[in-house]
Ligand binder design. Structure first.
Ligand code: CA
Ligand code: CA
Length: 710
């Protein structure tokens, strides 16, 4: 079995997900991690030469192999790697809620220190698209921003929600990297530079992403799911009751293909086959895993998998040697596997016996036999809200004869708690029809995998029917409309070069229409609230979508454009209520900025005053003037109390500012989603320019009219 080749006990606690390895002198790999109290530690067991302390770097008092870098703010992400020609070896990058530091550890100097108003929740370093130099790309408050080695921000765009994970990989297979972004709205988005080229919807916050090989990547969700995608199709996934803290690709069994290594919140490490998810190795730490990385820590030319726990325990594993023949687990794991297999065998034998019993009694319906013509039918119907039930889509499952449905099991991602739902009618209510209300929380297409147990009224054994129905993307829209409902004031208009029949085809595929439509002019009632949605098409190909929900308008534009294979689409839009709110938010941003500046100035004054008073108090002590000394310390005490409460105000102000900035980024993203391709990227960058120059009217003009083609 595979055992660690080295273990370390570091005297520093490690923040989860903030672990990296950097060769800061260009040669020796150093384990680097964020620790509590705004510090980053750099473990360097290879070169003992002490560096002179500077304003940032100091020696750990507990461990001579460790240097500490003072960030003086809570670290939110870090990484290391090749950024540019201006450092000896790797550059260390450390992000916080307000700043990004690029640091030359070897020369003990800042490469750059940038204010980042959208924060840095996640960071990745590498080449993106055709941008020639590597970028340090951070993801924060609905925004993505990339800096080169000079600190120039060469890349900026917005995304749907707060970013939680980033990775660079060649998703499209054209030899250039795309940026994969995991966010709090459960999406994994793929950016080709600033163009969104693909979107995968998961069912929880995407907390980690890692590149496996070619277009294959691993992902982890906040609900304990880990899995592997190849481009936009999911290969496999598993769900644990623990949380995946860190994922990393590493070839542990030395067969030339990387495995997905996961470090879990309960201290478990496992390595899973990239193709099947099967566990080929596991080990346990006594506390939660903080990070999984790799490096040649023994300097012998072979990379080790390096796992670190939150308590500072570090283990390095070498890829398995030939003598293990790919057999990485110890015998107890094998026994577990045998136990599991024999359990499965027993279940299968039981099932076989049931089939045999059933086969004997085919002519006798009480024994579970059912008529040969039995088939399961399903229907989906939009149901508006009534006094007793909320609006929903009804899935009706029926059998065509006297058989009954004993139970129904539905598996659908993102719809039911725990992804599956069981309906088990009571014995008195058994019939050949089961109705299940379904309320999809967002407008995404969902596959409903249905298993129904069908038999006779008194059967003890049942036939299982399995069918899959797709719930169309816009299923929560009812074509039955209240004629007195107020018309929407928001709208988006664009012109397409396609026949109305094709638009009608898109409507029939993406909405639940009982009789179907043959014209693109329809009005719906949005069942999740939000009023009416009307779609119309003029003879010149101009389409107008009227809704007060700008997100819905964006979803419709994107869905229709992808159905009609439109690569570039400009649009004019107006969402009066939403744009008014945005204007208010922008005014608030200005106010919060002003308060921030005032508070910062006051805080500087106060800290000068404190220094002054401390000196006076010390002087008084040395002079033996205890009365003055006490007086000064009492004043200091009061001042300290004021400072603490000022800090609270400052931090509330900052949080409110962050909330506003997030809304602004979201608005830019929404304005972008009303367009496709180049017109979309142009709108986003023009909006950013308008924000930078504080030009609110230009911002709203761009959002409304788009950018005229140049
Ligand atoms: Ca590519
Ligand atoms: Ca392997």
């Amino acid at each position: 079995m595979l055992v660690p080749i080295f273990t370390l006990k570091l005297s520093h606690k490690i923040n989860p997900r903030m672990v990296t390895v950097g060769k800061f002198d260009g040669v020796h790999p150093c384990l680097t991690a964020a620790t509590q109290a705004g510090k980053v530690f750099i473990h360097n067991p290879h070169t003992r030469a002490q560096k002179p302390a500077s304003h940032r770097l100091s020696q750990s008092t507990q461990d001579s192999d460790i240097s500490l870098l003072n960030i003086n703010q809570a670290v939110t992400c870090l990484t290391a790697g090749t950024l540019g020609p201006n450092t000896t070896g790797d550059t260390l990058l450390v992000g916080s809620q307000t700043n990004l530091l690029a640091y030359d550890v070897h020369d003990n100097t800042d490469v750059f220190y940038k204010e980042v108003s959208d924060g840095a929740n996640a960071i990745v370093l590498g080449k993106l698209g055709e941008i020639p130099n590597p970028l340090a790309i951070i993801g924060g408050n609905c925004a993505l921003q990339g800096f080169d080695y000079l600190g120039n921000d060469l890349f900026w765009t917005v995304t749907g929600d707060n970013v939680r994970s980033l990775v660079l990989c060649d998703f499209t297979g054209d030899g250039k990297n795309e940026l994969l972004v995991g966010s709090e709205d459960f999406d994994i988005r793929v950016f080709k530079e600033d163009e969104l080229v693909s979107e995968m919807t998961e069912n929880e916050t995407v907390t980690s992403l890692c590149h496996m090989h070619s277009s294959r990547f691993g992902y982890a969700l906040a609900n304990g799911t880990v899995g592997v995608y190849d481009r936009n199709s999911r290969y496999w996934r598993i769900k644990s009751k623990n949380h995946a803290m860190s994922i990393h690709a590493f070839d542990l069994n030395a067969d030339g293909v990387v495995e997905l290594i996961t470090g879990w919140s309960n201290g478990k490490i496992d390595a899973r086959s990239d193709r099947t998810g099967e566990v080929i190795f596991r080990d346990n730490f006594s506390s939660s895993v903080a990070g999984v990385v790799e490096g040649d820590y023994r300097l012998d030319g072979q990379k080790q998998l390096i796992c670190a726990s939150v308590e500072g325990e570090v283990r390095g594993y070498l890829p398995a040697g030939k003598e293990l023949k790919g057999n990485l687990m110890d015998s107890s794991a094998e026994q577990d596997l045998i136990r599991e297999l024999s359990h499965r065998r027993q279940n299968l034998l039981l099932e076989l016996r049931n089939y045999e019993e059933n086969a004997k009694g085919v002519s006798d319906s009480t024994a579970g036999g059912i008529p040969a013509n039995t088939q399961l039918q399903t229907a989906l119907t939009v149901r508006a809200a009534t006094e007793v039930q909320k609006a929903h889509v009804e899935l009706c499952i029926t059998t065509p004869n006297e058989t009954i449905i004993r139970a129904v099991l539905i598996f659908a991602e993102g719809i039911f708690e725990g992804e599956s739902h069981v309906v088990h009618p009571s014995v008195q209510n058994l019939s050949g029809c089961v109705r299940v209300p379904i309320v999809p929380p967002k407008d995404i297409p969902v596959d409903l995998h249905v298993k129904a147990f069908v038999g006779g009224k008194t059967s003890t054994q049942f036939h299982v029917f399995e069918i899959t129905r797709q719930l169309p993307r816009f299923s929560m829209y009812d074509i039955t409309v209240d004629p007195t409902a107020p018309p929407p004031t928001g709208r988006v208009t664009f012109t397409i070069n396609d026949r109305p029949q094709r638009v009608a085809m898109w409507l029939n595929q993406n909405f639940l229409l009982p009789e179907g439509v043959d014209s693109p002019d329809v009005t719906f009632n949005a069942l999740r609230g939000g009023g009416l949605l009307s779609i119309s098409m003029a003879t010149n190909g101009q389409i107008t979508l009227k809704t007060d929900d700008i997100d819905l308008a964006g979803d419709l534009v994107q869905s229709l454009a992808s159905f009609l294979a439109i690569e570039e689409l400009s649009a004019e839009a107006d969402f009066p209520t939403y744009f008014e709110e945005l204007q208010t938010t922008l005014t608030e941003v200005d106010e919060f900025h002003a308060v921030h500046q005032k508070l910062t100035a006051e805080m500087a004054d106060h800290s000068n005053y404190i220094k002054h008073m401390l000196v006076q108090a010390e002087d008084a002590r040395l002079m033996g003037d205890m009365t003055s000394m006490k007086k000064r310390y009492r004043e200091l005490y009061d001042l300290n109390r004021d400072l603490v409460s000022e800090y609270k105000i400052r931090s509330n102000n900052h949080n409110a500012l962050l909330g506003c900035l997030k809304s602004v980024n979201q608005a830019i993203q929404r304005a972008g989603r009303l367009r496709v391709g180049k017109p979309k990227s142009q709108v986003i960058s023009a909006c950013r320019d308008a924000i930078k120059s504080n030009n609110v009217s230009a911002l709203l003009r761009v959002m409304r009219a788009g950018v005229a083609a140049s």
